[in-house]
Design a protein around this ligand. Structure first.
Ligand code: ARG
Length: 604
């Protein structure tokens, strides 16, 4: 519907200009344009759109807003383009102009979508790539539920941007550098030296435990601290033995992460913190050159503008510690520079998206500010932190296993699939259905993983999110099973006789009139036609839950339509027209779920 909205907006603006030429000239002289304030109708009975642009003109024109609206409507009446799109406008309330699209226009939009594999979503195409920095777990540490959220949300955003035609760099900024390796290698040298020169000498679980021990020693053993720091220096200066040990540790974690990515069908390009090591010194030198750097208590830092901590003192971003080491912020500054710089020594990106927990908001605000002040960010570039809340258990506390341990992602996915399988077997028994084992495994895996993804994506990411297997696997409500079931239902309609029309599409070649008459049909059509606007919104605001709400709403409107209006039993041409709506609904749900990273099923 975006195309129609754009056309209407232009027609309204032109009508305003014709109605009030003097005011239009004054507005233009001020470098502005009339704004028709076109918005979707607040209620279906008001039509499709409302234009509120008459209201703000009341004061400058010294006229009643309803009179202004009437003058605009009068001008619209003389515009043949407008008459083609809309029925006669109605003026309501203080001076709103309510617009209802012509039924034949809606029908021809439906027709156009039936013929378009992109379902009316335009392909933007852009000259420069978008970086989506997501997932980004830390080597030798557990990949936890926070990383799972980042992975699921980041993948969805990348899919939406890719679908819109942007080149997307899906970057996994893994924590593979820095102090933690000094601690770990030092500790392993003493307790498990074989891990440092033999692949897979210890398993990742042990490695995580070793890391914890190392961290504990680091925190209260000064000698250990010194050795660890020396070890980092050795690593960072390219000592072959350290590098080999580091490489082994990274490999092992990497393989473990990959198991999760494969299960979730996530593609990522690893470009960890270590990648930026050669650029860190330049970052500091450059900041120094632009006069931003201050030495404070031996550390080199940039004081932030407009951000103060306790006692009103400005907060620093530390880029080089007293011991000469660089840190997380330095790496992110180097990464921003690299991502914005032109190839070959950069990505040439103009939109950088970072998906991490909200706890890192201050970090990103800080590095973004420093990068801007250093002059590394071109005016048209966008740097966006996409924060999300914590994952909590059913009890509202941090998600933990029964025994109080952190939940392993692998176990979490296993449990989702196992529960989906148990639900399915129960349903099959109730319905007295026999299915092959392969079918059961395929459906359970798809539903289980879909449920985990959808539960995460469908809540507003900013808020904390309560993880509940029962809720995410329910067949009713705003859940993956509910949406998957809507697709299955339509596939069933196709099998029950509508197959030719639903799949072939040949019954719906352009011009062969689709005929609609029932309010349930119009409601479904209006819902279907929102897809392009919803995708544009997700692309802009980076909120996957908008897409989820839309798909949920669409499924509900579809179910109402299908429950209340005969489809297969209807006479022609209603039957074919309604089957066309079924097909378009299925295609829209499949496309939308696909953008969420969720594959659909024909039967379940
Ligand atoms: N490794 C970090 C963590 O586990 C996330 C990295 C996010 N990306 C970035 N460019 N800082 O918290």
């Amino acid at each position: 519907m975006l195309r129609i909205a754009n056309a209407l907006e232009a027609q309204l603006r032109a009508a305003m200009q014709r109605a009030f030429p003097e005011q239009a000239a004054a507005v233009e002289a001020a470098g502005q344009r009339f704004d028709p304030q076109l918005a979707p109708a607040s209620k279906p009975e008001f039509g499709d759109f409302q234009a509120n642009g008459a209201l703000p003109l009341a004061k400058p024109l010294g006229q009643a807003p309803r009179a202004i609206a009437a003058a605009i409507v009068e001008q619209l009446a003389g515009d043949p383009g407008f008459a083609e799109l809309c029925l006669e406008p109605l003026i309501a309330g203080p001076g709103f102009i309510n617009l209802t699209l012509r039924p034949e226009r809606l029908a021809s939009e439906v027709q156009a979508r039936l013929d378009d594999p992109r379902l009316g979503v335009p392909e933007a195409g852009s000259a420069s790539p978008v970086v989506v920095d997501f997932s980004s777990p830390n080597i030798a540490k557990e990949m936890h539920v926070g990383h799972l959220r980042s992975t699921i949300i980041g993948d969805c955003l990348a899919r939406v941007l890719e679908f819109r035609g942007h080149g997307v760099l899906r970057l996994n900024h893994v924590g593979d550098w820095g102090t933690q390796f000094g601690m770990l290698i030092t500790h392993l040298k003493q307790v498990a030296p074989q891990a440092l020169d033999t692949a897979d000498a210890v398993d990742l679980g042990d490695l995580v435990a070793f890391y914890r021990q190392a961290k504990a020693r680091f925190d209260d053993d000064e000698a250990f601290q010194t050795t660890s720091r020396d070890e980092v220096v050795r690593l960072q200066s390219g000592d072959p033995v350290s590098l080999r040990a580091w490489g082994l540790l990274c490999d092992q974690s990497r393989r473990e992460f990959q198991v999760i990515y494969d299960r979730l069908d996530i593609r990522l390009q690893e470009r960890g913190e270590s990648f930026y090591n050669p650029y860190l010194a330049d970052v500091v030198a450059d900041l120094d050159g632009s006069g931003l750097l201050v030495t404070d208590d031996g550390a080199r830092c940039v004081f932030l503008e407009g951000v103060s901590g306790k006692e009103g003192k400005p907060l620093p971003v530390i880029v080089q510690k007293r011991d000469g080491g660089f840190n997380y912020a330095t790496t992110d500054l180097a990464a921003i520079r690299y991502r914005l710089a032109s190839p070959p020594a950069g990505d040439g990106a103009r939109r950088l998206i970072y998906v991490t927990d909200a706890g890192q908001a201050a970090h990103f605000a800080g590095v973004f500010q420093v990068a801007r002040r250093a002059g590394w960010v071109p005016a048209e570039a966008q740097l966006e932190h996409v924060p999300f809340g914590l994952v909590q258990g059913d009890d509202g506390k941090k998600l933990k296993t029964r025994s109080g341990d952190t939940v392993r992602l692998r176990d979490l996915l296993d449990e989702a699939v196992e529960r989906a399988e148990a639900d399915l077997r129960r349903r099959l028994a109730d319905e007295d259905r026999q299915e092959e084992e392969a079918f059961i495994q395929h459906v359970s895996t798809t539903v289980g993983i879909a449920a985990v993804k959808y539960a995460d994506l469908s809540t507003n990411r900013i808020t904390n999110y309560q993880f509940s297997f029962d809720r995410m696997l329910a067949l009713s409500g705003n859940t993956a099973p509910y949406l998957l079931y809507a697709v299955v239902r339509i596939a069933g309609i196709a099998r029950k006789g509508g197959a030719q029309a639903v799949e072939g599409g040949s019954a719906f070649t352009a011009g062969e009139g689709l005929v609609f008459s029932e309010p349930q049909e119009w409601a479904l059509i209006r819902e279907l036609l929102k897809l392009d606007a919803v995708i544009a919104e997700v692309e802009e605001e980076l909120l996957p839950n908008r897409l989820c709400s839309y798909l949920f709403e669409l499924s509900q409107v579809f179910n109402r339509f299908y429950d209340q209006v005969p489809v297969l039993k209807a006479d022609e041409p209603a039957r074919s027209s309604r089957l066309a709506l079924c097909r378009l609904t299925a295609d829209t749900l499949k496309l939308g779920l696909g953008l969420l990273g969720i594959p659909t099923l024909e039967r379940m």
